[in-house]
Ligand binder design. Structure first.
Ligand SMILES: Nc1nc2c(ncn2[C@@H]2O[C@H](COP(=O)(O)OP(=O)(O)O)[C@@H](O)[C@H]2O)c(=O)[nH]1
Ligand SMILES: [Mg+2]
Length: 441
């Protein structure tokens, strides 16, 4: 990761548009930009300039802004050139910059430099990518809050609390002659428990945040003819899935993206679960099972008249499941939700609103705290690891009374949380994260 050179990239999306942008970052940024547009306006002020190539021929007229290090996105000297949004103009200008000595940036290299120069931490850099990629309003708002540091601050606060606790315990171990043996008197366990509560709470909220970033994957499963495809169509307000009265119509997994109360949702309609000799259907059933095991949530669709349906085999205990009693227009069930079940009619639409509400409740995305900040699977795993360490430490102090082992686990937990902000991340992990960004970011 050399910080010495000056990088440039088109920062606007590919294709034509009203405005296009080129970004430069590094020690030579001002010099290189001056070659193209003459003198620069004072830092952070917009200047209208003509952009010319190496022979002095005008390519375009546009706006230029310079940012003096360290008060810039990357923490280095940065210049932004705002041109007309023509891919040809942008490429011509970029070629001039490269001929003058700039290097084309790798994907995510601007964010990487911002991270290296301590302008943002790793979770914030990821939030920029997630904000740009956000598929719904809630997801965008959540990513924006993570970019402001909502996740980072909580992870950092918890890591500090763990470290403080560890230092306190280590001090007690170093001075064993004190009157009170506080390691044995339950005080320590109480304090560790309090921190564990906070970790569990952050974990739950990060799981919700992860759903916003990746989209909530919901698998619709059930027996043939229960109305799975009809439900998909009702929720997407389309006729994407083929609906017939012939059992076994759906054979492959069909995915559709919708937003439910502002949340991005990826619905998958699957083949009805049944024993069959049809080779295509067997594969379809296999795919349906895989889908329900990897989903974030399962819609188990049954016919409302079916009073004692068999719970599908292989339903992963860890995946929450909402039982949907469909076709209530044919029975006398009232529409609505009760006890994790929802009565509805995919045909008339009665009860669909109650289903949407139940989805949010089941995933903890309702109310004030739902979707507080965006998160990634990587963050969820780090917090899970931290919780495992703390639980192990707690068991240690309760069974063996060992303060040393508890202190060790608390250190492990704080280190795991440190991975979120990148304070303690390997170069390999950093490389993987930044290279998944787009160029110019
Ligand atoms: N009356 C009524 N019929 C429905 C409802 N939902 C689905 N159906 C019918 O049930 C049959 C099977 O529906 P389909 O969506 O293909 O079921 P799948 O096999 O589970 O995908 C079709 O004839 C649908 O029109 C409903 O809510 N009410
Ligand atoms: Mg179907």
């Amino acid at each position: 990761m050399s910080n010495g050179d000056t990088i440039c990239a088109v920062a606007s999306p590919p294709g034509r548009g009203g405005v296009g942008g080129i970004r430069l970052s590094g020690p030579e940024s001002f010099l290189l930009a001056e070659r193209i547009c003459g003198d620069l306006p004072p830092p952070r002020q917009v200047g209208l300039r003509q952009f010319s190539d190496g022979d002095g021929e005008i390519i375009d007229t546009g706006l230029v802004i310079a940012f003096k290090a360290p008060a810039s996105f990357t923490g280095e000297d940065v210049v932004e050139l705002h041109t007309h949004g023509s891919p040809v103009v942008l490429e011509m200008l970029q070629r001039c910059l490269v001929e003058a000595g700039a290097r084309r940036a790798r994907p995510g290299e601007f964010s990487e430099r911002a991270f290296i120069n301590d302008r943002i931490d790793l979770a914030q850099a990821e939030a920029i990518a997630d904000l740009i990629a956000s598929a719904s309003e809630q997801a965008a708002r959540a990513a924006s809050r993570s970019l402001e540091g909502a996740l980072s601050h909580q992870a950092t606060d918890l890591a500090s609390a763990l470290t403080e606790l560890r230092v306190w315990i280590e001090a007690a171990l170093d001075f064993p002659d004190e009157d009170v043996d506080f390691l044995a008197d339950g005080q320590v366990a109480e304090r560790v428990e309090a921190v564990l509560d906070r970790i569990e709470s952050l974990l739950a909220r990060s799981r919700s945040g992860r759903l916003l970033t990746d989209g909530i994957r919901i698998a619709i499963i059930g027996k043939p003819n229960a109305g799975k495809s009809s439900l998909l169509n009702a929720l997407t307000r389309s006729d994407s899935a083929i609906v017939t009265e012939i059992p076994g119509t759906t054979r492959d997994v069909l995915r559709e993206t919708v937003t439910i109360a502002g949340m991005p949702v990826i619905l998958s309609d699957t083949a009805g679960l049944r024993e069959t000799v049809d080779e295509v259907e067997i594969e379809g059933v296999r795919r349906a099972r895989r889908e329900m095991q990897t989903a974030d949530l399962v819609f188990w669709v049954v016919e409302a008249g079916d009073t004692n349906p068999h719970r599908p085999e292989g339903l992963n205990e860890a995946v929450p499941c909402i039982r949907i009693n469909n076709k209530i227009d044919l029975s006398d069930h009232p529409p609505g939700a009760s006890r994790g079940q929802v009565n509805l009619s995919a045909k008339t639409g009665a009860g669909l609103k109650a289903l949407e509400k139940t989805v949010l409740e089941t995933l903890g995305l309702d109310g004030e705290t739902g979707g507080e900040f965006s998160a990634r699977q990587r963050h969820v795993e780090s917090i899970e690891k931290a919780a495992v360490h703390v639980r192990r430490g707690l068991a240690e102090i309760r069974t063996t009374g060992s303060g040393e082992l508890l202190a060790e686990e608390l250190k492990g937990a704080a280190d795991s949380l440190g991975e979120i902000t990148g304070k303690l991340s390997s170069d390999e992990l950093l490389g993987r994260i930044f290279s998944s960004f787009c160029i110019g970011k």
